[in-house]
Write a protein that binds this ligand. Structure first.
Ligand code: GCU
Length: 606
């Protein structure tokens, strides 16, 4: 290493041993997609930094300003500057980087984003930098100031930039690192491509100094008549007024904040049409206080369990569902756009489904907004997937943070009925304690929805036994099985009996098999459409023999990219268990399930 650089490192090290701490912890403003915002989507310069040279010196000491010094701040002139954002290529935001350029297809590591943006800060306001999602860890700088850090690839966060914003041109630099980590959520191994980057919308949101940063409005389970909840005013003292208007329901009321800035709300609407798949009625809701106004489109419905029934608006419901990964149809890559969402949920409707399991992480908010409009019920999940470090309290804290962000973002969505706290986790006491804590956190934060998880089941001969102790912490039991694919033959399914230790609603949260669209053969020729169809035919017979089955979400709607699916000519980096290929080709099994859903022949065990 040349002596000049050695001296830089020494100087830098002497300057400060630690990265300038982030100015603030991220927060999360609710209903942000209804707030006036300056979009920061578009082309961002990027620098790939596999060795994190932008963060660390050659002796791995953290650089004081925590990233490549901005050209104009490197006034010291100590040696060569070996990067230049302005001359660097660009990536589209939102979007994963892996499918935007072949040079990043397999890339996992730190990558720097940079762009300039205009701002006109006004007195009496606060401005937040909104990031819809950044996979997996992100560090934000604005005008050279380290603003915030965030971990978790599928939930939004907001960082306050009021103090650093200046009139005219500003600069934003974001380090995004999708390196998989042992103590991450998810951890090292997943059956989906680790798409990195700024994968959802970015924007600048300006609000009055006192503003509504959170609210909850829902239909009471007690009387199915009262709309109740609260609004929280950030920056308000006790006694401030919050006004709620729902014009179509003749609701117009004032509520007063308590010492914590929270105003309790309760109102009995006239002529409420409860939200349901057949009638996905959304109402314009307007919350205002002082200079701040927040609008939303919301449905009102109740969801609860009674014994082993799931009740929507007090009536039993059967969930004709399908699992979906956030893989973009046609172009592939991380799905985020209105077009992606409309295609995926359009196919869901075509299938005759009224329910989707969004696997295995919170999807773009456009997905749950569209589900609200289209009348599709939603199972939403955080990536507590397979074998996390359940013994590590820091991992629990990460999972709780992601759960909290997911719930805070989607609590206003009538379509979302289930919070899932896990998928296929090992049945150990440490794990069960971890996930029970998570299930209780979910219920505590949102007692108006149901908590579930996708459990592995054990087999004894022709029996499947559902007695995982985690079941007692759940409202609804999800179980995954792959009879006919990972075990046994398709024809073994109808001879399988299910022994379920809980008198709770059961959802078959995964089943299926893979087929390459267009590959044909006999019912027992793996990878052919006929084999997949054969699995589905037999599964439907078995499912109709399970008395407490209240829903199903076969695995899955569309093939998706996964690093462990490498069979040439068949998988080619894709898990092929979709009923539809990424180019939109529907496989034979799609029509078998569609027929069962349209003719409503499943879930008829009792
Ligand atoms: C598992 C898992 C999925 C995975 C699927 C498969 O059940 O939950 O994430 O993709 O099986 O093997 O295809």
């Amino acid at each position: 290493m040349n002596p000049a650089r050695a001296s830089i490192a020494a100087t830098l090290f002497a300057l400060s041993a630690a990265i300038a701490p982030a100015q603030s912890a991220p927060t999360l403003l609710v209903d942000i997609d209804h707030r006036a915002a300056a979009s920061l989507d578009g082309d961002w310069h990027y620098i790939v930094d596999p060795y994190a040279s932008g963060l660390y010196s050659f002796h791995r000491e953290i650089k004081p300003n925590g990233y490549f010094q901005d050209l104009d701040t490197n006034s010291a002139g100590n040696g060569p500057v070996e990067y230049n954002f302005n001359k660097s290529p660009t990536l589209k935001v939102p979007g994963d980087w892996n499918t935007q350029t072949p040079r990043l297809y397999y890339y996992e590591g730190p990558l720097w984003y940079e762009r300039k943006f205009e701002a006109a800060p006004k007195p009496g306001t606060r401005t937040f930098f909104h990031i819809g999602a950044a996979n997996y860890r992100a560090k934000l700088w604005v005008n050279g100031q380290h603003i915030c850090d965030h971990e978790g690839g599928f939930t939004p966060f907001d960082c306050e930039v009021t103090a650093v914003l200046k009139p005219g041109q500003n600069s934003a630099v974001i380090n995004v690192d999708n390196t998989r980590i042992e103590d991450g959520v998810p951890t090292l191994n997943t059956d989906w491509w680790n798409y990195g980057g700024l994968t959802r919308d970015l924007s600048l949101v300006t609000v009055p100094e006192t503003f509504i940063d959170d609210f909850d409005l829902h239909l009471s389970r007690k009387d199915h008549k009262t709309i109740e909840g609260y609004a929280h005013l950030e920056g308000a003292a006790a006694g401030a007024t919050v006004h709620l208007a729902i014009p179509e329901l003749s609701i117009n009321l004032d509520a007063k904040t308590d010492a914590t800035g929270r105003a309790a709300i309760s109102a009995v609407p006239q002529g409420l049409k409860a939200w349901a798949p057949e009638t996905p009625k959304l109402y314009k809701v307007v919350l205002s206080s002082g200079a701040d106004t927040l609008t939303d489109e919301m449905g009102f419905r109740t969801i609860e369990v009674a014994g082993n029934e799931i009740l929507l608006n007090g009536k039993p419901i059967f969930l004709h569902g399908i699992c979906i990964h956030a893989e973009a149809p046609y172009r592939t890559g991380r799905a985020y756009s209105e077009e992606d969402v409309t295609t995926l949920l359009g196919w869901t409707k075509e299938l005759g489904a009224n329910f989707v399991r969004l696997a295995h992480y919170p999807h773009d908010e456009r997905m749950t907004r569209a589900a609200d409009r289209m009348g599709i019920l939603v199972w939403s999940e955080i990536p507590t997937y397979w074998a996390l470090h359940f013994e590590d309290p820091a991992v629990l804290a990460k999972a709780q943070q992601q759960l909290h962000e997911e719930q805070r973002r989607d609590r206003d969505k009538a379509s979302v009925i289930l919070w899932s706290v896990a998928n296929e986790t090992p049945n150990t006491p440490t794990r069960t304690v971890f996930l029970t804590t998570l299930a209780n956190s979910a219920r505590e934060y949102d007692p108006t929805r149901l908590v579930t998880a996708a459990l592995l089941v054990r087999g004894e001969g022709h029996a499947k036994i559902v007695d995982d102790p985690l079941g007692s912490a759940l409202d609804v039991i999800g179980t995954n099985e792959y009879i006919g694919w990972y075990e046994k033959t398709p024809e073994d399914a109808p001879n399988t009996t299910w022994k379920i230790a809980y008198d709770k609603p059961l959802i078959m949260s995964e089943f299926g098999g893979a087929a390459r669209a267009g590959l044909h053969g006999g019912d027992h020729d793996r990878w052919t459409e006929e084999y997949q169809a054969n699995i589905f035919r037999n599964q439907l017979i078995m499912l109709n023999k399970i008395p407490q089955l209240r829903g199903m979400t076969p695995w899955l709607l569309m093939d998706f990219r996964s690093p462990s699916r490498v069979l040439p000519g068949i998988q080619d980096d894709f898990n092929r268990k979709g009923l539809i290929a990424p180019d939109g080709t529907k496989k034979a099994a799609f029509y078998i399930l569609q027929k069962a859903y349209k003719e409503d022949t499943v879930g008829k065990a009792n």
